[in-house]
Design a protein around this ligand. Sequence first.
Ligand code: SD4
Length: 340
Amino acid sequence: MKAPLRRGFSFYLAHMSTDRRRFIKIGLAGSVAALVPWRLRSSPAFKPAPGIKVLSTWDHGLVANAMAMSVLGRGGDALDAVEQGVAVVESDFTNRSVGLGGRPDRDGHVTLDACIQDHDGRAGAVAFIEHYEHPIQIARAIMERTPHVMLVGEGAERWAKENGFPRKEVEIPEVREQWKEWLTKGEYKPVVNRENHDTIGMVAMDERGRLAGSCTTSGIAYKVHGRVGDSPLIGAGLFVDGDVGAACATGTGELVIRVAGSHSVVELMRQGMEPREACRVVVQRILDKHPGLEEHQVGLLALRKDGAHGAYSIYEGFSYALSSEEGTELVKSDFVRALK
Ligand code: SD4
């Protein structure tokens, strides 16, 4: 069953929800119980901050951060933390934009994208892969076991199988039904913050001051078969430079790719900009260069090497989970446009 593309690009690009993204403060039982107001720390010299830190996108960042913090709390590496953190969300099949519980493309295939990068810039990525629960683990394995950065599609699936990753079939009747329903019109009319959302991007710092980042998604719902967004692209959905900081993105991937979103944020921080301001400048660049994007959300999240952090989004409603030894909180991002 194939639906024609009846709407143009601007309909195709967009999403997310305010009601689902209301600001909440949650103490996670056990490892991250206390809620402590956050104070920005900054240092012009970008000295590594003492202490561990994890930031990740959206509400589901809370459970992902809890896992990442448990890795870091045992003295673990930032790279292990960001891999294991987002893997929790990949295994949550109630999540409709990450992992095998995600919405399919317009042909009914759930295709996944992910990438990971370490302090030294080593990177691994996988895109357009089906039937694997943990694309983030595959991305890391590609980084560590091949001379390449990225594998896609059928080649990536074959490589994953050969390298011992178990295939998994997940059939979710509700998701199938909604896709069939969508096919009757085949229109791309997402609602900012509500639909197609929930990509998880995570950036972290371990006790040695080493940085890492990860990003994983099933991408925009009902995308054209073969479409790859920003999330598995180093420089777009994620960028880490241990000398400066790390950034990740969520939202309409095409817009993030056009401005090399995460890389741009890190470069602005390199030039001395505060993380929040770097995210704001890149969000504003998207708006300035691509008018007519009223329905599109993009959120950028940054962690500088000195522990300073910040975020910015086009629309109100983007939030991120912030964890340190002091506790965890869900923070509302600043934004350019309020929702009516
Ligand atoms: C994509 N950036 O595939 C992803 C979608 C997303 O939250 O972030 N959703 O374009």
